[in-house]
Design a protein around this ligand. Structure first.
Ligand SMILES: [Mn+2]
Length: 319
């Protein structure tokens, strides 16, 4: 990657607003915190803004409390969008920020290159936006402290599903080895992200498990979460994160479906074992997209009708 345009943009601007996609994940959080640290270390004014709140499991990351959920009133010179394939995935209207310079750093292959001029730093081969940031720091000889290594490690660990997905390349593991050398506590981070649930979260997950069903000769496995059970169980939306990955653990299942629905619309998280490109499946629905093994879309129909539509699409894919 040629970093000159990024370095120039950083040098020529004094204030930065950082943002990332809706229902933020470990990569969104870790990538923002890494750049928050870097830009602040250069004396820049920086704020991080995301529509959805920080999932509690990432609260251990240094400065995670600085990610705010309300668009700051002040003006910024540049908007840096990390780990986000299109401006529509931000969940807020960039026009509201009145910023002319947009820096786009991402690894989604369906990224729309919404950055200004040459400010698109897209590497679909990277497992996480955090891996791209690691390369930036590494190739530009930027030294960073332990807490930044932990942010980047968290970004890569979560986007590889805890180093289980096929995007876990030898390069990814080499990058993570270097982050551990910089002080990232791999067992501690794993414990905080994957093994620290509230009681309410576990009750919610048990309710989601009980919705388990199989379709199309067991080639599809699905779980469902009506949004109303969050209130019933006293849990948070982010407590359901990661449940989608369980839908692809059944022997014989090619595609896993995790739905979250209101009476009006149904959101699909799709997972694939590799044979079916669920990114392409999600793209058949307006606004949908993602990676070949993990993607998402929303059908503006109640659960039953939306599922019928999705199963019809998948039945064709499986032919
Ligand atoms: Mn990502």
């Amino acid at each position: 990657m040629i970093w000159t345009p990024l370095n120039n943009a950083i040098e020529s601007n004094n204030s930065f607003l950082l943002s990332s996609h809706l229902s933020l994940d470990g990569d969104c959080v870790g990538s923002q915190l890494a750049f928050l640290w870097y830009l602040q270390s250069l004396g820049k004014k920086v704020k991080c803004f995301c529509v959805d709140p920080l999932p509690q499991k990432f609260a251990f990351l240094e400065n995670s409390g600085l990610i705010i959920t309300e668009l700051p009133k002040e003006k910024f010179d540049a908007l840096m969008i990390l780990d986000c394939s299109s401006v529509s995935r931000l969940g807020w209207d960039v026009k509201n920020a009145g910023i002319n310079t947009i820096i786009n750093i991402d690894h989604h292959r369906d990224n729309t290159n919404f950055g200004t001029g040459d400010l698109n730093f897209i590497d679909p081969a990277a497992a996480a936006a955090g891996e791209i940031i690691f390369s930036f720091f590494n190739e530009c000889n930027i030294e960073y402290p332990r807490h930044v290594a932990e942010s980047l490690y968290t970004a890569i660990m979560t986007d590889t599903g805890g180093f289980r997905f096929s995007n876990t390349t030898s390069k990814v593991l080499n990058v993570c080895a270097k982050l551990i050398d910089k002080g990232a506590d791999c067992a501690g981070i794993y414990d905080k992200v994957y093994s620290s649930h509230t009681q309410q979260a576990l009750v919610l997950q048990s309710r989601i498990w009980s919705s388990l069903s199989f379709h199309l000769d067991g080639k599809i496995c699905s779980m469902d979460m009506p949004m109303s059970i969050l209130k019933e169980t006293g849990s948070q939306y982010s407590d359901s994160e990661g449940m989608a990955d369980n839908t692809i653990t059944a022997i014989g299942a090619e595609v896993g479906i995790m739905t979250k629905h209101t009476p009006e619309e149904t959101h699909f998280s799709l997972r694939s074992r590799g044979k079916i490109d669920v990114g392409r499946v999600a793209q058949k629905i307006p606004g949908g997209g993602g990676h070949s093994c993990a993607a998402g879309c929303t059908i503006k129909l109640p659960y039953k009708e939306a599922m019928e539509q999705m199963l019809a699409i998948l039945a064709k894919e499986l032919e």
